[in-house]
Design a protein around this ligand. Structure first.
Ligand code: HEM
Length: 543
């Protein structure tokens, strides 16, 4: 830890690292190495697993899937049952449906991220910036979120709520208003900005987060990443090779973002160190910042970080994973509010009830203080009676159900992130034999639309989960937006909290959200991660 702070730049400067990238290594040998690393997925040997039929004229299932994913899967399920082979995204996969989904997620026989890595080179790309923990995949980011971020969420929640509210007002203030309606032409951009600023505050602290360059890095790192690894484009082994060569030798936007993080945080870290030393000298307790940057520096030995640059690289990986996904989900929530406008009244009513109850409890506590002749603490200041404390966010069960239901309905039926590869020969509980190296993709539709969802599984029913032990963070085969099992997204607690804060603010300020172009409703409700929705939103100011 001391070593880290005494020389925060003791890693090689990034520009210098780039300069010595051995272009002379020769593209041929680089191509050879890269090709060795890219394995081709294959079907299991068990011939009982049927191949989904191809439409006349199609050579893969891509076109039919892309035209209507749910209709395609439904047809395959009816034709083949819960297991079937498909050619998708340029590769052969076995689709696994319920009731066998849990076996893939919880068995040690299926590797996490391997196939995804072959298609995208994501980890290899991350490893171009981090110096430690290169061989444990996403385990260190997972541990950071679980051990450092999640326990501090109750503390971050009111800060996030305040930031989101301030920025929402600021951003909406720039949009045209007509007859009590605010037109937001690009809602994703607005939400992205709010989420990026809130996440920056949590990850790197207010001093670093106030830099515009930092906010831009928080906003663009994931998009640059997606462009380089090409998550949505139809892929092939050769395309993956070309991508690897490109970012290893020529164009690596993560390096640029890392440089920004290091440049802006270095003086802040040095100043914190000075204040800490001063406090120690004078015997005063230093108020240790609680952001993730500080906590990672304090725990550098535990996580094996090499220097500040390495700490920033791990933060950058978290930024790539968390900001765009959360902003995308929050944006989608707004379109669901627009498509199901009657939900807004119920959400508002619930919120008012909760805030009134909290206000009454606080008033009671104030009266008790007065009776006992005790001073009223700052935290009971009536000015904060309608703040959004963690307790209020937790009580919003209708909002929680609304969010879970929108994730359930929107989920991409066969998402690339659900890929798993068999590490060894194994057998499913139905007796199907799986050969080592076979690749699987999860049929989320079969879980999300199965009997567990209850009646009208294909419909959006916003209060479906009210009164049930199925909150928006509770993963399972019937709810897979965050995966499940040991690698389920550890950031879902923060993501859902942010969605609730944003949803609650929207409901407080607006009585209705409307799509500028209602003909895009179906597309908006089923948009995939990062897919632009070609319609603005109109927000009706609550009177
Ligand atoms: C709505 C927003 C989000 C969605 C939809 C989402 C979704 C996912 C999914 C599907 C996975 C893969 C799970 C698997 O392979 O089984 C994942 C992994 C992960 N997510 Fe999230 N995520 C979101 C937000 C966040 C946030 C805010 C953070 C951090 C603050 C985060 C941190 C991570 C980490 C570290 C992993 C890797 C887990 C591992 O491999 O062990 N995510 N996320």
């Amino acid at each position: 830890m001391l070593g880290l702070l005494s020389n925060p730049m003791n890693g090689m400067p990034i520009e210098a690292t780039k300069a010595i990238v051995p272009l002379g290594i020769g593209l041929a040998s680089a191509a050879f190495l890269a090709m060795k690393a890219v394995a081709t997925p294959k079907f299991p040997n068990d011939k009982r697993i049927p191949m989904a039929s191809l439409r006349p004229g199609d050579s893969s299932h891509d076109n039919e899937y892309n035209e209507d994913p749910n209709a395609f899967i439904k047809r395959c399920e009816e034709e083949c049952g819960p297991f079937f082979n498909v050619f998708l995204h340029g590769f052969p996969y076995t689709v696994v449906s319920n009731p066998y989904i849990s076996e893939v997620y919880t068995s040690g026989d299926f590797s996490h991220l391997d196939t995804f890595e072959d298609l995208t080179s994501m980890m290899a790309y991350f490893n171009t910036i981090r110096k430690s923990n290169k061989h444990n995949g996403l385990q260190t980011p997972h541990d950071i979120v679980r051990n450092i971020l999640n326990p501090n969420l109750p503390m971050f929640t009111p800060e996030i709520a305040k930031l989101v509210e301030e920025n929402l007002e600021q951003e909406l203030g720039r949009c045209p208003v007509e007859k009590g309606r605010i037109l937001v032409k690009n809602p994703f951009h607005l939400i992205h900005e709010l989420v990026a600023k809130a996440m920056a505050h949590v990850f790197v602290g207010p001093e670093v987060a106030k830099s515009r360059q930092i906010v831009e890095t928080f906003m663009s790192a994931a998009a640059d990443f997606g462009e380089v690894i090409g998550v949505h484009a139809p892929t092939s082994k050769w395309r993956t090779l070309a991508l690897r060569l490109n970012y290893k030798s020529f164009h690596n936007p993560l390096q640029k973002h890392l440089q920004v993080l290091v440049d802006v945080s270095t003086p802040v870290v040095l100043e914190r160190r000075r204040l800490e030393a001063l406090a120690n000298e004078t015997g005063v307790e230093w108020e240790r910042p609680r952001d993730i940057l500080q906590q990672l520096l304090d725990n550098a030995d535990k996580y094996g970080f090499v220097d500040l640059e390495d700490v920033c690289a791990h933060i950058l990986i978290l930024i790539v994973i968390s900001v765009h996904t959360t902003a995308d989900a929050a944006n989608s929530m707004l379109y669901y509010m627009a498509a199901f406008p009657h939900s807004m009244d119920k959400l508002f009513e619930e919120q008012q009830q909760i805030l009134n109850d909290i206000q009454a409890e606080r008033e009671h506590a104030r009266q008790e203080c007065l009776k006992k002749g005790e001073p009223i603490n700052d935290h009971l200041d009536p000015a904060h009676d309608k703040d959004l404390p963690v307790a209020a966010v937790k009580k919003m069960v209708h909002l929680d159900s609304f969010i879970r239901e929108s994730f359930r309905v929107r989920a991409e039926p066969l998402s690339m992130i659900t890929n798993r590869r068999a590490r060894r020969d194994s057998t499913f509980s139905n007796g199907y034999k799986i050969s080592k190296g076979a690749s699987f993709i999860i049929n989320a539709r079969s879980g999300h639309m199965g009997p567990e969802a209850g009646e009208d599984a294909t419909e959006f029913r916003p209060w479906r989960f009210v009164g049930k032990a199925k909150t928006a963070i509770k993963v399972g085969p019937d709810y897979l937006p965050f995966g499940m099992g040991g690698h389920a997204c550890p950031g879902r607690f923060m993501a859902i909290m942010e969605l609730k804060v944003i949803g609650a603010l929207i409901v407080t300020k607006f009585s209705k959200v409307e799509m500028q172009d209602p003909s895009k409703t179906k597309m908006a409700l089923h948009s995939r991660l990062g897919e632009p929705i070609p319609s603005g939103l109109k927000f009706f100011i609550r009177e």
